[in-house]
Design a protein around this ligand. Structure first.
Ligand SMILES: [Zn+2]
Length: 302
């Protein structure tokens, strides 16, 4: 059973892992906190970009020898394969970590997963710790793996004039969390505007995204997935979103509701001719947060 110190460390690891959103794909955004035998945080880290060190490697590097006999708290099962970086289960063993606390098991773990190998080596492993909370960050990546297409969100604004694409600072803030943005003209671009992404990833993506310029649509999603895209944001009005809704591949809507008056008769929205007035049919509210005069609503399908 995880201790309260480990639960707190897991929540810290989950929160930190969100800093990798938009830049780690096709790898998952993972966070890790290392505790020494007395339960003190001696290192933490998150995966920043594909090809770079994994979260565990960052956290262990920060901890140094203080990790010996300690606990690694990590949001996803440590990897067990030699990719562009050495397997994390070996790094954990080399650091003489005694216990590993994991939130979610990696569905892509090749052959034998990292958990099994760690246990064989005598490490105490606890899995499924705060799994639901870890899905707040890893959920879209996991869903993309399952479906073989990017997790797709659509952001729009509803105000006294009806529905319009989210723009300005609201869009800038949102798009950084996504691998790709599908624009009003159907073109595919980076989620993170140029200059903020590590250079190799950006180049990689530009070259491959060129193939999808002007080709976006439900039929292009599998190709985007193959190009490494795990999350995508629809940036446009109802006309852009309609085919994705019809194909049942829209997973989430983010609505900025800007209705100032306490009493009003709203205009007919152009989302569908027959409604809905806020979110598409079949979507359920997940969060409503007030930002000044705007309420940001998140809703998911199902
Ligand atoms: Zn790893």
């Amino acid at each position: 059973v995880a201790t309260s110190i480990e639960l707190d460390a897991m929540r810290r690891a989950i929160a930190r892992s969100a800093l990798g959103l938009g830049t780690t794909s096709p790898n998952p955004p993972v966070g890790c906190v290392v505790l020494d035998p007395a339960g003190r945080i001696v290192g933490e880290g998150h995966h920043v970009r594909a090809g770079g060190p994994h979260a565990e490697a960052h956290a262990l590097a920060a901890a140094g020898t203080a990790a010996a006999g300690g606990t690694a708290v990590v949001t996803l099962e440590p990897c067990n394969h030699h990719g562009r970086t050495p397997p994390c289960r070996q790094a954990l063993l080399d650091a003489r970590i005694a216990r590993v606390v994991v939130a979610l098991v990696d569905p892509t773990s090749r052959e034998e997963g990292g958990i099994a190998r760690l246990r064989k080596a005598g490490v105490d492993v606890e899995e499924g710790v705060l799994a639901d909370e870890a899905r707040l960050v890893l959920g879209p990546w996991l869903a993309a793996q399952e479906r073989g297409r990017p997790h797709l969100s659509w952001a729009y604004r509803l105000d006294d004039h009806g529905l319009s694409p989210v723009g300005g600072p609201a869009l800038d803030g949102l798009r950084r969390s996504y691998d790709a943005v599908i624009g009003p003209d159907g073109r595919v671009g980076e989620g993170v505007p140029g200059g903020h992404n590590p250079a190799d990833v950006r180049l990689d993506r530009y070259e491959r995204f060129d193939e999808f310029a002007g080709l976006a649509g439900p039929g292009a999603l599998a190709g985007l997935y193959d190009a490494g895209v795990r999350t995508a944001l629809l940036h446009g009005g109802a006309a852009l979103a309609e085919p994705y809704l019809a194909a049942d591949v829209l997973d989430e809507v983010i609505v900025d509701l800007a209705l100032g008056a306490a009493s009003a008769r709203p205009p007919t929205p152009d989302l569908h001719s027959a409604g809905p007035v806020l979110v598409p049919p079949g979507f359920r509210l997940q969060a409503t947060d007030r930002h000044g005069a705007v309420v940001r609503v998140r809703a998911r399908r199902g």
